[in-house]
Ligand binder design. Structure first.
Ligand code: SAM
Length: 292
C-alpha cells in the first residue's frame, strides 16, 4: 500500500519535475547563447541548436551518411583482435603498468561500435565545431571513427580545419580509416598506438591546438596527465571537451580538478560531457552546470 502510494506520487511528480528541469535548461542555454564572450556564446548557440535539432540541409545530409556507416558497423558480426590501453569498466582497477601494456582480447565490431558517441552527443560536438570554427583539432579515442567523422564533417562545412584522432588498437584504427574513406572524409587522420607513445608527437605537429576532445582513456590520472601535457600546445582560445565526466568516481574527481584549475577560465558541466575554456580573454571564472 505504502509502496503503491510512493509509486503514484513519484509517477505523478515526474512530469512536472521534468517540465521544470527542461525549463531551467532552456533558460540557462538562452543566457549562455547571449553571453558577451564570443566563445561561450558560440557554445550556447551550439547547444540550443543541438537540443532543438536545428540542422541545415547540408548538415542533415552528412549526419545521415555517418549514421548509415554507424548502422552498417552495428550490424557487423566480424570478430577482430583488440588491445585495450584504457581503464576498462567504471569498476575496474587496472594499474598504470597494466594500462600501458594493454589488455588483449577479441571483440565483435558491433560491440566495439557501441562505444561511439550517440547521435545526440556527436551532434553536440558537430555543432560546437560549426560555431567555434577551430582549425587544429585533436581527438583521443577514435574507436571506429564516428565522432571524428562528425568533427571532420563540421570542419569541412566550415571550409577550414582538420582533425587528428588517436587510437591504440590497430584493428580498430583500421576501421576508423575505412570509415573516413567510406564517407569521403579527407580532413581526418588516424594515429595508431597508445596515447603515452603517440601524443607528444601529435601535439608537436598540430600546435597550436584549438579544439581537444578527450574521449579515450577514462582514468583519473591519465585524464589529468593528458590535460597538463596539452597545455603548452593549446592556442590562445582553445576549448577542451571531456567526455564521460560522470562515468566513474575517478572521472568525476578529474573533472572537479580541471574545473578548479586556474588555467581554465570558464567551464560548462553538461553532466555527460564537460567543456573547459582555456582562453585568456575571459576574466570571470564562470563555472556553469547545465544538465542536458
Ligand atoms: C569511448 S571510445 C571512443 C569513441 C569515439 N570517440 C566515438 O565516439 O566515436 C575510446 C577509444 O579509446 C581507445 N583508448 C582508450 N585508452 C587508450 C590509450 N591509453 N591509448 C590509445 N587508445 C586508447 C580505445 O581503444 C577506444 O577505441
Amino acid at each position: 500500500m505504502i509502496n503503491a502510494l510512493k509509486r503514484l506520487l513519484k509517477g505523478g511528480l515526474n512530469q512536472p519535475l521534468q517540465f521544470l528541469r527542461r525549463h531551467k535548461v532552456r533558460n540557462a542555454l538562452a543566457q549562455l547563447a547571449s553571453h558577451q564572450h564570443p566563445q561561450l556564446k558560440a557554445v550556447g548557440i551550439a547547444l540550443q541548436e543541438s537540443l532543438s535539432g536545428e540542422l541545415s540541409a547540408q548538415e542533415r545530409k552528412v549526419i545521415s551518411l555517418i549514421e548509415n556507416r554507424r548502422s552498417f558497423l552495428l550490424g557487423s558480426d566480424k570478430v577482430i583482435p583488440v588491445v585495450d590501453y584504457g581503464a576498462g569498466s567504471p569498476s575496474s582497477s587496472r594499474t598504470r603498468e597494466e594500462m600501458e601494456k594493454g589488455v588483449r582480447s577479441t571483440a565483435k565490431v558491433a560491440k566495439i561500435t557501441r562505444a561511439s558517441k550517440s547521435q545526440f552527443w556527436a551532434t553536440v560536438l558537430f555543432k560546437i565545431i560549426r560555431n567555434l570554427e577551430p582549425q587544429s583539432c585533436i581527438e583521443l579515442g577514435s574507436c571506429v571513427g564516428i565522432s571524428a567523422s562528425y568533427q571532420a564533417s563540421a570542419l569541412n562545412i566550415n571550409g577550414k580545419g582538420a582533425v587528428v584522432t588517436l587510437e591504440g588498437s590497430p584493428e580498430i584504427a583500421n576501421i576508423a580509416k575505412e570509415t573516413f574513406v567510406n564517407l569521403g572524409i579527407k580532413n581526418a587522420s588516424v594515429v595508431t598506438g597508445p596515447f603515452h607513445e603517440t601524443l607528444t608527437n601529435v601535439f608537436e605537429i598540430s600546435k597550436p591546438i584549438d579544439f581537444f576532445f578527450n574521449d579515450g582513456h577514462h582514468d583519473h590520472d591519465a585524464v589529468i596527465r593528458y590535460f597538463n601535457q596539452a597545455m603548452p600546445y593549446l592556442s590562445e582560445t582553445a576549448v577542451i571537451v571531456f567526455d564521460d565526466i560522470s562515468w566513474s568516481p575517478g572521472m568525476r574527481k578529474a573533472w572537479a580538478e580541471i574545473k578548479a584549475d586556474e588555467r581554465v577560465s570558464a567551464s560548462i558541466d553538461l553532466r555527460k560531457i564537460g567543456i573547459a575554456f582555456v582562453t585568456k580573454s575571459l576574466s570571470t571564472k564562470e563555472r556553469l552546470v547545465i544538465p542536458l
